[in-house]
Design a binder for this molecule. Structure first.
Ligand code: GDD
Ligand code: MG
Length: 361
């Protein structure tokens, strides 16, 4: 079976970190999300992936040289200046998909602990045209909401229902098995939405089924969700790791990648992820934050609940409050305080306090 990975969206809700990398390359506990997807596919014996992307995303993925875990990876590129939505890229990859076998489609911004075999089994049993993985959430309003019959047939699919109006808490987990016949439902060379245009037709024709999945599932589309995904994974896998340094205070759970330097009396954690080659000074505090590789954080600075991009420089005694996002290679000079929710664009230099939580470009 082949897997098609949709990864050509613009990640607008994760700006400014997504200005310089696609969502699917965001590191989750120091491993690019896409690498985790490849790993899971390989564990499930799915050894061929088609990346449905735009040319910029292709460039970033190739440049990062992530581990492919034995997968054969091919690219299907959206036409320039015409994003194809969530169904158009599947049609665009028709030749690579082939006409005979069912195939898997994965949203490239989902972290999920799922056994593909189970959803494939439901798909075969039901002789479905489409079978989608379903997950239960508290607030379905930012997802595709689903109503299902006892025999797993989907009787309603509503994309992003208004708050409070969703008929159930079951949502489209962004993981599907499709029969190649579905390609006939999608118009060529156009932006088409799987969720708003194709799924409702398949529901009407009673050819769409759902498979409820248990276990870890998270869409990293928003900064809070991205931090939460890191937190959940830290909790699950990093509880007993010991870091040998008596001058350093580690509060579980933390992950520290290779080549990291940390000064005396610095406190890391709880829930901190530190990327490769990050240099951290003395008396620094890093709480509930993700620091991407090659950042430098000088003495006395405090970072809480924030995402710090690759190669960012943070001077002495800087305060970075909750929900801040600092784009790659930005510089925050000594003694600056950033308010909650501030966002700094890549490469921008900040040398005075910011009072409002705007995006600074
Ligand atoms: N190639 C390509 N071209 N990929 C795209 C395009 C495009 O024009 N637009 C979006 N994608 C990719 C995104 O990169 C992402 O991996 C996937 O398609 C879904 O798009 P999102 O923009 O992340 O959608 P969403 O999160 O609002 O909603 C979708 O996912 C939810 C689960 O997280 C829907 O499928 C919902 O129904 C679902 O519940
Ligand atoms: Mg998404």
């Amino acid at each position: 079976m082949k897997a098609l990975i949709l990864a050509g969206g613009f990640g607008t809700r994760l700006r400014p970190i997504s200005c310089s990398r696609p969502k699917t390359l965001f590191p989750i506990v120091n491993k690019p999300l896409l690498e985790g997807i490849f790993e899971r596919l390989s564990e499930n014996n799915i050894m061929e992936a088609i990346m449905a992307v735009n040319s910029l995303t292709e460039f970033y993925i190739r440049k990062q040289k992530i581990r492919k875990h034995g997968l054969k990876v091919r690219y299907s590129i959206d036409p320039p200046k015409t994003p194809l939505g969530t169904a158009g890229p599947i049609k665009n990859a028709e030749k690579l998909i082939g006409k005979t076998d069912s195939f898997l489609v994965l949203n490239g911004d989902i972290f999920a602990d799922i056994k593909y075999k189970e959803i494939i089994k439901t798909h075969k049993e039901k002789k479905a045209l489409a079978t989608i993985a379903l997950h239960e959430v508290k607030d379905p309003s930012r997802y595709g909401c689903v109503e299902i019959t006892e025999d797993k047939r989907i009787k309603k699919f509503i994309e992003k229902p208004k708050k409070g109006s969703a008929p159930t808490n079951l949502i489209n987990a962004g993981i599907y098995v499709l029969d190649p016949k579905v390609l006939q439902y999608i118009e060529k060379s156009k932006s088409v939405s799987m969720e708003r245009e194709i799924f409702p037709k398949l529901v009407e024709e009673k050819k769409m089924f759902g498979h409820c999945m248990q276990g870890l599932w998270i869409d990293i589309g928003k900064p809070t969700e991205y931090l939460e995904a890191n937190k959940i994974l830290l909790k699950a896998h990093y509880n007993n790791k010991k870091y040998d340094n008596k001058n350093l205070k580690i509060k579980n759970y933390v992950a520290i990648d290779t080549g990291v330097k940390i000064g005396e009396k610095t406190v890391i954690g709880p829930y901190a992820v530190i990327g490769k080659q990050v240099a951290i000074g003395k008396n620094v505090q890093i709480i509930e934050s993700v620091i991407l590789s090659d950042a430098e954080i000088q003495d006395g600075s405090k970072i809480n609940g924030s995402i710090i991009g690759e190669g960012v420089f943070i001077g002495k005694n800087v305060k970075i409050g909750n929900g801040c996002i600092i784009g790659d290679c930005a510089k925050i000079r000594d003694n600056v305080s950033l308010p909650e929710g501030a966002a700094v664009c890549p490469g921008k230099e900040i040398s005075e306090n910011i009072l409002k939580s705007n995006i600074v470009c």
